[in-house]
Design a protein around this ligand. Structure first.
Ligand code: GLO
Ligand code: MG
Ligand code: MG
Length: 412
């Protein structure tokens, strides 16, 4: 192939995308509770060792592009859209007005707002820093985000306490820091109750999001389970308003089975919101698009969520790779992430109604005939042949994932 001139590259990407096929219409995509974060689309590819690879983009453009794709919901950090110095000032109201206009014009809804408590230098010692002024400022920030959330019609507020931890040992006392952090969550809930009453709206669902590594060296609430314990610790004045926003990769990163994490959150009644993406175990937060690394695990995750009637948002918290251009972000990254999610979700429905999986599962639950419940040998042999169904079920799931049950075959 001869070199492809720069002015023909976008057309080629589009042609190959449509040759891939398998995409859903924007109308179909809008039927799912999928939210597009402002920060994901606006991510320019920067990191500690990475210069940006994409230009900046404003929220009006992101909202318009999401609308074109068929992403029906939008989420944002306060500072993704409002400069830190404008927070709580008249300029904030003007920006919120522009957001409302852009959402209305493009038929999107704001589902979630979140407070940035990790990036600005003021959070160097975390939002639960020793200095009372910083903690007061943290309370102002989360309360202000609650107000913005109500203005924009959001139903969820998320807290990723990224900088709640330390680099060097001994300077902070963990129990004290966690108490101070609880004060901020309590301030947000208290303000929410007031604003919701004023506006005649339901209170927001407050969702804590854990990440095991980075940006601190040691993290005080590194996993969703740690957060469940924090919510139930007695430090929160409104624990019933606070639940979880697990992120798939954040749990995988520490070596967990994300499906088991979600199961524990479901049992606790705390699975409020879900950040969807993909990546690898025991690596940094690579935030790859959903289903590109672990599609089989993702299928299983969605089987669990479908079977438990999870009806919260699926938030596309991934980072389009640095190799993807800004054109590619909206031409390839977002539409393909949405479509893989929808396919896996529908496939999960197929798994739940698959007669083979159903019969195998029922047979396992029926078990073999029990002659003596105290006889280990008899119980073992009564179930021996049935237990082969575990592997058969796993095979069937892979068949469904790869389309092999429909006779897909390769020439050999
Ligand atoms: C970073 C987190 C981040 C949060 C966001 C919402 O690793 O995933 O994107 O989801 O700040 O609070
Ligand atoms: Mg996240
Ligand atoms: Mg992440």
């Amino acid at each position: 192939m001869s070199p492809i001139p720069e002015n023909q590259q976008q057309a080629m990407v589009s042609r190959l995308m449509s040759a891939c096929g398998g995409s859903y219409s924007p109308e179909t995509r809008r039927k799912y509770y999928i939210s597009g974060p402002q920060w994901a689309a606006a991510y320019q590819g920067q990191a500690l060792f990475h210069a940006p690879t994409r230009p900046a983009i404003d929220f009006e453009s992101v909202i318009r592009k999401y609308s074109d794709i068929g992403i029906g919901y939008w989420s944002t950090h306060d500072t993704d859209v409002i400069p830190t110095e404008a927070l709580g000032k008249p300029a904030q109201a003007e920006i919120v007005g522009r957001i409302q206009k852009a959402l209305a014009e493009n038929g999107l809804q704001c589902s979630m707002v979140t407070t940035e408590t990790f990036y600005h230098a003021v959070w160097a010692a975390s939002p639960a820093a020793e200095a009372p002024g910083v903690r007061q400022y943290a309370n102002f920030r989360v309360q202000n985000t609650v107000e913005i959330g109500h203005e924009l019609g959001a139903n969820f507020a998320v807290y990723w306490p990224g900088s709640l931890g330390y680099y060097v040992q001994g300077a902070i006392e963990e129990t004290q820091t966690l108490r101070w952090y609880a004060d901020a969550i309590n301030a947000a809930c208290d303000r929410d109750i007031e604003v919701a009453a004023q506006k005649g709206r339901p209170t927001l669902k407050h969702c804590m999001e854990a990440k095991p590594f980075e940006p601190q060296a040691e993290i005080l609430l590194p996993t969703s389970d740690a957060m469940l314990a924090f919510i139930a610790s007695g430090l929160l004045t409104h624990p019933e308003m606070v639940g979880l926003n697990p992120e798939y990769l954040h749990e995988l990163m520490w070596g967990a089975a994300p499906r088991a994490v979600l199961a524990r959150a479901l049992l606790a009644g705390k699975l409020f919101h879900f950040d969807i993406n993909d990546g690898y175990r025991l690596k940094h937060d690579v935030d790859i698009g959903v289903g590109l690394v672990n599609p089989l695990d993702w299928l299983n995750v969605l089987v669990l969520l479908r079977s438990h009637g999870y009806n919260g948002p699926f938030n596309l918290d991934f980072k389009p790779p640095r190799t993807t251009s800004q054109f590619g972000v909206f031409e390839v990254s977002f539409p393909t992430a949405v479509d893989r999610f929808i396919t896996l979700w529908e496939m999960a429905g197929e798994v739940l109604s698959d007669p083979i999986i159903q019969e195998a599962t029922d047979a396992l639950k029926a078990g073999g005939p029990v002659t003596d419940p105290r006889d280990a040998e008899a119980l073992t042999s009564a179930n021996r042949e049935l237990l082969t169904l575990h592997e058969l079920i796993a095979h069937r799931l892979v068949q469904i994932l790869l389309g092999l049950h429909r006779g897909r075959a390769f020439s050999i």
